[in-house]
Design a protein around this ligand. Structure first.
Ligand SMILES: Nc1ncnc2c1ncn2[C@@H]1O[C@H](COP(=O)(O)OP(=O)(O)OP(=O)(O)O)[C@@H](O)[C@H]1O
Ligand SMILES: [Mg+2]
Length: 450
């Protein structure tokens, strides 16, 4: 609109200027003609000659022509209307002083009108004025047509822009709407919602991030369900054994005390097992919560391992298993003693548990780059290759039949892994079936104690 107003004003100005120049030129030409009617002797207009000559040319000029003498008398009027009348207009008096003037007026009767006034100069003397009055109505009509056209174009442009804007706004808001709806469904519990929005723009990236989050969420939900199922199963097993043992005692009231005693011992050990599982579970929940609350203390890894081995030795001796510690240097690092103790005892206890009588366990402590590395090698059953990826999973046990005999819940390694992970370390396993396994625990020396 603003541009159109500007264009309109410019066109109008130029158009009127052109008209002005045009009429001033015509008036000049007339003024030169009028000079020819001046009597050289009297230096007055020859009125007859002037009228004849002007009548010849006046029809060539649009508008009305007045010739006014220096006493403001109109001595010629192309409309033959006012003759020998005094004309006292502003333009005439200015032109009698030598100025060429063009002005535009709005007249009630004729509309837009241009007055053009040019002096008639005869050898340095101003003898009169050529005064023209031209209607500009037609010109203004043309200009108004342009104005209307421009207005029409403005409205059209406005409409076009509105339509295009609406189209693009919709193009942008549509995927956002899809995303919002998908998020609402996620919030209502449908965790594996995916949106199908392509493109490399921000919304495309947002959609991909959303899809990724969705996958992750449903994965976590699956893990949670598996975990609950596993826990229930693990808790049910000892409970059903106890129930079975108790029922058989109730069914046979006259059993002798020795059998009573034996059954009660079985029930007691099942209760121990239940306790163990629940303790491990609580432990695991604690670890989840304690993520940032590790109690770091500068510790000699060597002494910590000696302590563990001393505690586990009676168990190993029962199975006639030797435990050897080899160490090249004393290593001191920051760690949470209680937690690392637990992580390592789980692993060393496994080594004892899954090694036949007369076996050997070697524990090697050394420094490797920026890590303190503890290797626990046994000469036990080993772990089949296909089971290796799972042994750190909660409740996973390689051979459930054998594990039932040895006891345990399948939570030990999962807890160890979690603890070492909290210390920004790793646990790796190498194993050969029937030859033995090596658990490699790496703890960073420059641990970030956040
Ligand atoms: N040193 C090892 N040699 C052979 N198999 C092992 C060894 N350590 C672990 N495993 C296998 O990995 C499984 C998982 O070990 P994990 O310590 O997590 O559970 P668990 O010992 O069965 O029970 P828990 O430790 O909770 O009492 C074990 O059941 C066993 O099959
Ligand atoms: Mg274990």
């Amino acid at each position: 609109m603003i541009i159109n107003i500007f264009v309109y004003e410019t066109i109008k100005k130029n158009y009127l200027m052109e008209k002005e120049i045009n009429y001033l030129t015509q008036a000049n030409i007339l003024s030169n003609r009028v000079r020819l009617s001046v009597d050289d002797a009297t230096i007055e207009f020859n009125q007859l000659y002037l009228s004849q000559m002007m009548d010849e040319v006046s029809h060539l000029v649009e508008g009305r022509i007045l010739i006014i003498d220096r006493d403001n008398n109109a001595i010629y009027d192309s409309f033959n209307d006012i003759r020998n009348t005094k004309i006292d207009s502003f333009e005439v008096s200015r032109s009698l002083k030598g100025e060429r003037i063009a002005t535009i007026y709005h007249l009630e009767r004729y509309g837009e009108t241009m007055y053009v006034s040019v002096p008639v100069i005869y050898y340095d003397r101003i003898l009169g004025v050529v005064f023209m009055s031209i209607s500009l109505q037609e010109a203004f009509n043309t200009i108004n047509n342009v104005k209307n056209l421009l207005f029409f174009i403005s409205i059209l442009t406005l409409l076009l822009i509105a339509v295009i804007s609406l189209f693009f706004a919709n193009l942008i808001s549509h995927p956002i709407k899809i995303l919002t709806e998908a998020m609402q469904r996620t919030a209502q519990g449908k965790l594996n919602e995916k949106v199908d929005i392509d493109g490399n723009d921000e919304i495309g990236q947002l959609s991909r991030a959303y899809n990724f989050m969705s996958t992750k969420l449903s994965h976590i939900e699956k893990q949670r369900q598996d975990f609950v199922a596993n826990v229930s199963h693990e808790l049910k097993t000892p409970l059903s054994s106890m129930k079975l043992l108790a029922e058989s005692l109730i069914m046979q009231p006259s059993t002798d005390t020795a059998i009573y005693h034996e059954f009660l011992e079985d029930i007691d050990s099942e209760i121990d097992r239940l306790n163990e599982i629940i303790e491990s579970l609580l432990n695991m929940v604690d670890l989840d919560e304690e993520k940032l609350n590790l109690n770091y203390k500068l510790t000699y890894v060597n002494y910590l391992i000696e302590k563990i081995v001393n505690n586990i030795r009676p168990l190993a001796e029962k199975k006639n298993i030797k435990i050897i510690i080899t160490q090249w240097e004393k290593i001191q690092i920051y760690l949470d003693q209680g937690k690392i103790y637990q992580a390592l005892i789980n692993i060393i206890h496994n080594a004892v548990k899954y090694t036949d009588e007369g076996g050997k366990i070697t524990i090697n402590i050394e420094r490797e780059g920026r890590f303190a590395v503890i290797k626990v090698t046994d000469t036990g059953y080993g772990i089949p290759q296909e089971s290796l990826p799972y042994i750190f999973d909660r409740f996973y046990r390689v051979d459930s039949a054998r594990s039932r005999k040895t006891g345990g819940s399948g939570l030990g390694l999962s807890i160890s892994n979690q603890i070492v992970g909290l210390h920004q370390g790793t646990i790796e396993v190498e194993s050969q079936i029937k030859k033995g396994s090596t658990f490699i625990i790496k703890l960073p020396m420059d641990i970030n104690q956040l």
